[in-house]
Design a protein around this ligand. Structure first.
Ligand code: SF4
Length: 223
């Protein structure tokens, strides 16, 4: 029995926003505000290059599929994998139009210096959990590919990481259902946040962003 209906699915990519800051996630995914800084712009262009390539190719014992759409009724998520490699393995699954069996191996492309952060690992693990549900298989690991050192970091999908993904996504659904945007908590990471112009973390502790903007517009009309 699926846990979520399709209309309730959230964007899988929101996991990294939520892990960075639940308020940032809510501003983007509930209030539909978006702001782009250098980090998000270069990350977006980096991903565009990945997704612009042809959809699939076979290299030896590996089939490479790009921009694969994924979803999970159990998690209530949908999204897209940058790349999924299918590695030939007798314990894997049969794929349409291929005789051998394969195990999926998701790869997520990231800007950065190769130090995996938890939000990247969670996003990749969520992709694996979607693929497992869609293809009825087990996926033990995948990889993060970092653009600056051009290196892969293998990520094992431990039970602990899977639980962290499931609990985080559950919290995201709870907030989304209530359309609730958490109040800001000013921390060092706010300086690198693409949403700080909307968030106003130092002054909007007591007000929602919508309330604040309404108040500013009202004041401008009066003066
Ligand atoms: S500015 Fe700080 S509190 Fe506001 S959304 Fe960004 S990280 Fe969160």
């Amino acid at each position: 029995m699926p846990k979520y209906e399709e209309e309730d699915y959230l964007w899988l990519s929101g996991i990294q926003h939520y892990e960075f800051c639940p308020r940032q996630w809510a501003l983007i995914h509930i209030e539909n505000l978006w702001n782009e800084n250098y980090l998000t712009a270069s990350g977006r262009l980096f991903h565009k290059k990945v997704h612009d390539k042809t959809q699939y190719e076979k290299r030896g014992n590996i089939i490479i599929v790009r921009a694969l759409k994924i979803s999970s009724a159990n998690l209530g998520l949908s999204g897209e994998c940058d790349v999924v490699e299918f590695h030939k393995d007798k314990n894997g699954i049969k794929l349409k139009n291929f005789n051998e069996k394969y195990i999926p191996y998701p790869i997520e492309f990231k800007r950065g210096n190769g130090h995996a952060i938890l939000s990247d690992e969670m996003q990749l693990c969520a992709q694996a959990m979607c693929l497992e549900e869609m293809l009825c298989c087990d996926i033990p690991k995948g990889a993060l590919f970092y653009g600056e050192p051009k290196r892969r970091k293998v990520i094992e999908f431990s039970q602990e990481l899977r639980n962290k993904v499931a609990n985080t996504v559950f919290e995201m659904h709870k907030l989304f259902k209530k359309l609730y945007t958490p109040k800001p908590i000013y921390k060092n990471h706010c300086r690198a946040c693409s949403m700080q112009d909307f968030c106003l973390p130092k002054i909007s502790k007591q007000k929602s962003v919508k309330e604040y903007i309404k108040e500013v517009l009202l004041n401008e009309e009066i003066t």
